[in-house]
Design a protein around this ligand. Structure first.
Ligand code: ATP
Ligand code: SF4
Ligand code: MG
Length: 326
């Protein structure tokens, strides 16, 4: 396995929000004490229900939202809440993003070659001939043609726009690509084309991906390691195959039970979660899943969620039931 290229240490992001004009601000706990390790060349999956903090975690790594506490180590730097902007920029040089909606994330006033080469422009390259040549090399890598260089984003389909976004992410030699739901806004028929493109580019450029998705079948198919988040916390992490084969927390079990197995003999009984997720505002210091957990016990309601324990290898999970023989 490759070296660790990104490691988070109790990374925490809170948002201060005011319930009303005169009230004291409350703490919205979006990401709480997250520890994960991403190795060079792998695809690391991040899953969990809507609002569990996947995008916020990615945004904290990218510097789009401030870190509240904890840190992450990447590309020779340790980044904390007090890291200076110049050092941030050094870390950011190694990372790029591919977002869910390629239309709103691409500048519609620019032509394709301008969009793709913009990261080089931002880094100071001003020679139009160089910018255009570099963009031309990239369009071919992502399956577009040289004729597309002078067209505008609105002239392309969703899948083609995502190819433009991928070319833009790759042009500045990033090593870690953060993909936030890169296929969920696309027609199902182009999902696999974009995924196959990402896989091919990983081989060719030696890339590493942090891959956020709601699509568990896709996560199962393409990721090497993964973390399962619930309301800001990682409940379970490890090799994707181990987690799918042997989920340890009731939350992971419920998530896994929702995916359709090709082999019906392996299909699990579907676990339907009832009840609303609790509010992320000033959450109590117990398991955040306790109000919906089908196996909740007194300990879950009264004691803090235990620290992650190893199930074997790098498979880690947090739950009061672990080791209780249930
Ligand atoms: N800028 C912000 N200010 C206040 N709260 C925020 C902000 N950004 C996100 N949140 C809150 O943080 C929590 C995590 O949101 P986030 O967008 O990270 O979830 P997610 O897992 O990416 O969800 P989805 O799957 O729907 O994209 C949510 O409760 C959200 O409302
Ligand atoms: S700690 Fe308790 S409430 Fe939380 S997932 Fe485990 S059993 Fe369920
Ligand atoms: Mg999101």
């Amino acid at each position: 396995m490759g070296e660790i290229i990104l490691k988070t240490n109790d990374l925490t992001v809170d948002f201060k929000i005011k319930k009303n004009l005169f009230g004291k601000p409350s703490r919205l706990s979006a990401v709480q004490n997250v520890n994960l390790e991403i190795r060079k060349g792998e695809i690391y999956g991040l899953v969990g229900e809507s609002g569990c903090g996947k995008t916020t975690l990615a945004n904290a790594i990218l510097g789009f939202v401030p870190i509240t506490s904890g840190s992450f180590e990447a590309f020779g730097h340790t980044v904390t809440a007090s890291t200076k902007p110049a050092e941030w920029r050094e870390v950011r040089r190694h990372m790029q993003t591919v977002f869910q909606d390629p239309y709103s994330s691409l500048n519609t006033r620019f032509t394709v070659w301008q969009i793709i080469s913009e990261p080089l422009y931002i880094r100071g390259e001003r020679d139009e001939r160089v910018l255009r040549e570099r963009a031309a090399a990239m369009v071919e890598k992502v399956g577009l043609s040289l004729r597309d260089l002078d067209r505008y984003v609105f002239e392309f389909s969703g899948g083609q726009r995502q190819r433009i976004a991928i070319a833009r992410a790759l042009i500045a030699d990033a090593e870690l690509i953060i993909c936030d739901e890169p296929t969920s806004a696309l027609d199902v028929s182009v999902h696999s084309q974009i995924c196959n493109l990402l896989l091919d580019l990983r081989e060719e450029f030696g890339l590493t991906y942090l891959f956020i998705s709601h699509n568990l079948s896709l996560i199962k198919h393409i990721t090497d390691h993964m973390s399962v988040m619930y309301l800001g916390e990682v409940m379970e992490s490890g090799a994707t195959d181990d987690i799918f084969a042997n989920p340890q927390t009731p939350y992971t079990e419920a998530l896994m039970s929702a995916i359709l197995e090709v082999n019906p003999s392996k299909e699990r009984e579907r676990i339907i979660l009832t009840g609303e997720a609790r509010s992320p505002i000033d959450p109590p210091d117990i398991c955040r899943f306790a109000n919906r957990c089908p196996r909740v016990c007194d300990m879950c309601r009264n004691a803090p969620l235990p620290a992650a324990v190893s199930i074997g290898g790098d498979h880690m999970a947090r739950c009061h039931l672990i080791g209780k023989g249930e």
